[in-house]
Design a protein around this ligand. Structure first.
Ligand SMILES: Nc1ncnc2c1ncn2[C@@H]1O[C@H](COP(=O)(O)OP(=O)(O)OP(=O)(O)O)[C@@H](O)[C@H]1O
Ligand SMILES: [Mg+2]
Length: 287
């Protein structure tokens, strides 16, 4: 019998204590609703210019914890730019100017005193094409933890094994950990890069078209992995593949010419969007 049913039974028996028991029954539900609504990022009125090119316009975008948010939109609409603002990578580009705020766990990371190493430990990134370092498989995964000061061989070994298991690569590479990462297949390299990002135990994983260079089987593996990872991580994934967005994401954001046109539950975006441009894009009328 569920806890709730038990409470209701007690309620029926002890009517005189109704009020107190109703409070007991309801409380956990209210609490879980609150936890679900927590946002890892809150982006408010964000603008970004590359020189004179106004690439992001007045973006307001909450990113919910432990959900997969997909970003879709035509080429050049600002998807990569947006994800790169979330770990401040975009600021490496000369002549970038920004306004607004990006709150990560309540702290505005656009302020200059943010510790970049610390931020990127919490907000990991995976790129379109797996880009392993020209080092061993082990050293690739151990890279992040070493940068953050973890030098103990035993700790590193455990972390490397756990990260490779999390991306379902351990069995394929456990006998060649000291072999070159560049000797892996494309799909394996991509999973290795995800393992490298996971090894610092991030909070958020940013993925910019993580499967666009992969064959269908490797793509499926990465998609399954994303669904598994969202139990522990908040994931933002850019994709040109609408079926992929529909398969793996909870929320979908449609960008167009630097604007966030619509953000909603994925099933709403694909079946009943509010904006005509979204409707046109998801039904393949342009893009
Ligand atoms: N490093 C850069 N320097 C100058 N302009 C840039 C830079 N990166 C992107 N842009 C410009 O910013 C705009 C948005 O580009 P962005 O790469 O974010 O688009 P995207 O939606 O990721 O496109 P795609 O789907 O082709 O990857 C484009 O006009 C692009 O030319
Ligand atoms: Mg891009």
């Amino acid at each position: 019998m569920t806890k709730q049913k038990k409470y209701l039974q007690i309620l029926r028996r002890k009517k005189q204590r109704n009020i107190l028991l109703v409070v007991l029954v309801r409380r956990p539900r209210q609490l879980s609703a609150l936890v679900k609504q927590q946002n890892v990022f809150e982006i408010n009125d964000l603008n970004l210019w590359y020189g004179n090119n106004h690439a992001l316009k007045e973006i307001n975008f909450p990113i919910a914890e432990k959900e997969v948010t997909a970003m879709i939109g035509p080429s050049g609409c600002g998807k990569s730019t947006f994800v790169k603002t979330l770990n401040k990578m975009v600021e490496r580009v000369p002549n970038v100017k920004m306004s607004g705020e990006i709150l990560f766990r309540g702290q505005n990371i656009l302020q200059s005193d943010v510790d970049l190493v610390e931020l990127r430990k919490h907000v990991g990134m995976v790129f379109q094409k797996g880009n392993p370092f020209p080092q061993s498989i082990f050293d690739n995964v151990a890279y992040g933890p070493r940068v953050h000061g973890n030098k103990k061989k035993q700790d590193l070994m455990e972390l490397v094994e756990k990260s490779l298991q999390d991306v379902a690569l351990w069995d394929e590479v456990k006998d060649r950990l000291n072999g070159p990462a560049l000797g892996l297949s494309g799909g394996q390299q991509q999973r290795l890069c995800i393992a490298r990002a996971l090894a610092t135990k991030p909070d958020v994983l940013l993925m910019d078209e993580p499967t666009s260079a992969l064959d269908p089987i490797s793509t499926l593996k990465v998609e399954e992995l994303i669904l598994e990872l969202k139990k522990s991580y908040t994931i933002v994934v850019v994709t040109h593949n609408m079926q992929q967005a529909a398969r793996i994401s909870d929320k979908t954001a449609f960008f167009y010419m630097g604007e966030l046109i619509e953000l909603d539950d994925t099933n709403v975006i694909f079946s009943n969007p509010k904006n005509q441009k979204t409707e046109d894009y998801v039904s393949g009328r342009f893009g």
